[in-house]
Design a protein around this ligand. Structure first.
Ligand code: NAP
Length: 412
């Protein structure tokens, strides 16, 4: 291995078309996170640095720069999400984030939700992949290999809601009853579900672009449009319209697949299909091999991502990213698990795999591949943290940091 030639980092920038320009010594931001965040961050940074060093022999190196959010930010600045943190992400473009505790108290919005909305990180991307040897409730968990693209800014998650009997809720109820022919109880709580063509299509565009780039066989639009016609139903319609308008020569619909190609997909084409959300939950359990990239509105995506994570070993193994144009925040998908804070105990895989996603996003595929292979070897050797050890007969239980060391030894 050659000696590293970099003393300082350089900024990631964008070319005029918005494409990421990544130097060999990028400055990447990190948020350590609350509770168990520092434990998994320390484990993760060692793995990422080791993978980059191994893949590029000192010709590439990440320069990590801390930004504050959560309890650490509050202690230092009196704010859980200081403006400097948002400014830094806007300047440096890419961040890796540990879990943040949502402070309990009136009027406080989740820091995670605020980050997504302020930076317009509209695509929540959750790959779901099985690592051989991981305990799973399925008989053939290796058939589950999907990437969920969840819309992150609209739907009932936009936070437009008023409590039952509040003056605002009463006003909305009165309007709907008097002007729109509704018959709502005057005591109803109100939450608004909105979805737009632009909001849906930018998410679906990302999903189709991803499928094309990775050679994935299909993109499934998952929706509940049979009931919610003008939101979820429109999501499906807008998806097909976008596919036709922007990707006509590279995609086919499921209908075309059967009518024109006798059910055999022509090489290089991505099949666009759609499924009703409730049916999708049984489909991914019973016929997982038929699904690859899934594009879906916010609430469906929230449920489906966690359900799929459980199919391949649970949230401790599930990576995630929140991506917009042009900012990207990669994050562990589980919470801060505060009861294990500072015990060096929990599974760091979710943050490590989010880091591997980040490496792929930078175009550093070789380093990401090393991590995937190293993780697979570590699990196959049954050297795992407590959460997997309690489900794996004959396993050797490792600490959080011990698991990272074992993974680093397995980078090859
Ligand atoms: P949690 O922190 O995800 O933990 C719930 C349980 O899941 C843990 O007690 C543990 O189960 C298991 N677990 C989670 N992460 C694990 C890991 N890496 N390795 C092994 N086991 C793991 O959920 P929570 O207790 O509901 O939430 C705690 C705080 O986190 C809340 O303030 C919540 O708002 C916040 N949160 C943040 C994010 C985020 O930052 N993206 C996401 C979700 C929740 P066992 O007890 O069975 O060992």
């Amino acid at each position: 291995m050659t000696t590293n030639v970099f003393d300082t980092g350089s900024k990631i920038t964008l070319d005029p078309s918005g494409k990421l320009l990544v130097p060999d010594n990028p400055i990447i931001l990190f948020i350590e996170g609350d509770g168990t965040g520092p434990d998994i961050w320390r484990a993760t940074v060692r793995v990422l640095d080791a993978a980059v060093a191994k893949a590029y022999g000192g010709n590439r190196r990440i320069f990590w720069q801390e930004i504050l959010a959560g309890e650490k930010a509050y202690a230092a600045t009196g704010s859980h999400l200081p403006q400097e943190t948002l400014d830094a992400i806007q300047e440096y473009l890419v961040a890796l984030k540990g879990p943040l505790t949502t402070p309990v108290g009136g009027g406080f919005r989740s820091i995670n939700v605020t980050l997504r909305q302020v930076l317009d990180l509209y695509a929540c991307i959750r790959p779901v992949r099985y690592y051989a040897g991981t305990p799973s409730p399925l008989r053939e968990p290796e058939k589950t290999n999907m990437v969920v693209f969840r819309e992150n800014t609209e739907d009932v998650y936009a936070g437009i809601e008023w409590p039952a009997k509040s003056p605002e809720a009463r006003r909305v109820v009165e309007f709907l009853n008097a002007q729109m022919g509704c018959r709502l109880s005057p005591d109803a709580g109100i939450g608004i579900k909105t979805m737009s063509a632009a909001g849906s299509q930018r998410l679906i565009r990302k999903a189709i672009q991803y499928a094309l780039a990775k050679g994935a066989p299909s993109v499934t639009l998952m929706h509940k449009g049979n009931i919610m016609k003008f939101t979820e139903g429109a999501f499906k319609t807008w998806g097909y319209e976008l596919a036709q308008a922007e990707f006509a020569d590279r995609v086919i619909t499921e209908e075309q697949l059967w009518q024109e190609y006798d059910g055999r997909a022509p090489a290089g084409k991505v099949i666009i299909k759609d499924r009703i959300a409730d049916s999708m939950f049984q489909q991914v359990l019973l016929r997982p091999e038929e699904y690859s990239v899934i594009a879906t509105p916010n609430l469906n995506g929230d449920y489906l991502s966690d359900a799929l994570a459980a199919q391949v070993g649970g949230l401790g193994m599930a990576p995630g990213a929140n991506i917009g144009d042009p900012y990207a925040v990669f994050e562990a998908t589980h919470g801060s698990a505060p009861k294990y804070a500072n015990l060096d105990k929990i599974n760091p895989s979710s943050l490590i795999l989010s880091g591997a996603m980040m490496l792929e996003y930078l175009g550093w595929q070789e380093a990401a591949d090393l991590i995937h292979r190293g993780l697979a070897r570590t699990i196959q050797a049954k050297t795992v943290t407590y959460d997997l050890a309690r489900l794996l007969p004959g396993a050797t239980e490792l600490s959080c940091s011990g698991f990272a060391s074992a993974l680093i030894d397995n980078l090859a």
